[in-house]
Design a protein around this ligand. Sequence first.
Ligand SMILES: [Zn+2]
Length: 585
Amino acid sequence: MNRRSFLLSTGLAAGVSAAPQNAPVRPEPVESATPTDRPAIVLSQIGFLPKCRKTVIYRLAPGGIVPENFTLRDVGGPPQPFSLSRPLAKAPGDVPNCLIGDFSDLEREGFYQITTGRERCAPFFVRPDAWRRTLPKAVSYHHAQRCGIAVPNIHPACHLDDARRRDTGEHVDVTGGWHDAGDLRKWMDATMMAGFGLLRLARHLGDRWDLGGSGIGVLLDEMRWGNRYFLKMQDKDGRVWADTAGGVNGDNSDNHWTDNQAGTADDRYINPAKPAMVQAMFIALQAMVSQAFAESDPGYSQSCLAAGVRCWEATEHPRQTRDLSWRLLAAVELYRARPDSHFAQEAAKLGDALAAFQISSFIASQRKVRGFWAAGDARQTPFCDPVYSALPAIAMLELAIALPSHPAVPRWRDAVRLYLDEYVIPMSARSAYGVMPLGLFLGSPTQETYRPLEGELTYRYFMPTRQRSWWLGVTSHLESHAALLATAAKALRKPEYRELAFRQMEWVMGNNPFGASLMTGEGWRNSYPYSRFAGPLIGGIVNGVAGNAQDVPILQMEYGTDWRTGEYWTPHNAFYLWALSQLES
Ligand SMILES: [Zn+2]
């Protein structure tokens, strides 16, 4: 995973030892760049469903012309030429110098291009499977990340000697699983996300997930492959270890190919730490695996459930919002796997604990937003996380869906509504692109730009760059909100949420100030990915657009050496599958 490697590559982390001599280090990330004037016209390069909101953004160059209209043509060569013109209007909000055009009324299927004067955009489809057809590519990324086996055209069999314990030196067979990103390490949290993505896809769409008809077996086989590793990472006490090959001192020393011979000097290490979030994710995942295999392989289903329950019994309820959210999801999935169990009561109890961290009144001398979560400490610091930002509301909504007749359901639903209606919707409305800022802050915690909201509350679209020694792009933040909004549109019967979900996904697929698709093999203007061992992988999604100290968007569009914006990372593919399968279900 990116951040921990960054600690070494910069030497900024307190207490980080120097890397052993000859240890592989990551290159210093080069600076990502702010947007140039081109392309002038940006929009979803995947295209649009016939019945959904469709917008195009025209980015004004300083001193350039200000067009009043745009023209859209079917460039697919229909027998009768087809075109239409629509007005462009100044977009309100935080994105300066841009116009927005709306052509939502166009439901005619076709292959289109928009022009304004001499400018043109990437061609795009309007068709019912515009998004759906990307699913097999996003799934294939996970297959390409397999470790412990040859992946044809990617790499020969690798890491058959994983690994030895850091503390005792004992060799434990933890071969298998997936590499997690643009490198070769196997963090449990990041790679278990692959499981959540695959199983959400299987749950939402079943055999229909691939229009090519490959069937649900492909997803289950991939899940079983990854899970072999996750199960091996469970210690005798029921809890699971944090990672294999993460790096001995937060460094990159394990980030290398090996000779595949156990007991030699290049063997990699198991990190025997047992963080609370990893335990909760493991439990939730095993409960989902158990449900997915209940019919096709009851024995395997039962053994995975037993592994999850053992971990549940060996661990306690965490006290921080992020970890508590995962623990709640774990209880919900255990209940779904065993409906006759006490996990319904456990889930309800956890739901109330998580609700206690929601800020439901107006704080910090402002009346603009409420309903966001606090981080879980004594002070009311707003919860902010580049990967799991939507998780508290997702867990709360899953609880309400799983226990529909529980007396507290109206309260849980109201908590989600408050988050969406009084926080997500007003904050997203501040961007012409319709995307959620990363989070709220109290004042200016670091010496860089925090956008004033009202009172003492501020916000940023992107991670602060001076708060920690690492920062990265916001792809998972946006996609996880898409997953939340898509689920809420159905559960709370509000189509507006579905529209907003698509805005978050469209940013990933090219509707951003760089006109850059963040998925390799889809759209255009992909930057060369940071993927030092496997090279470009079809369907891989990069960390994406980050911000500089001024909260101005940055993305590396050239040489592929900036992991902060350019690195593949499994959570992005996972939330993509989660959100899109929910939108398509
Ligand atoms: Zn490997």
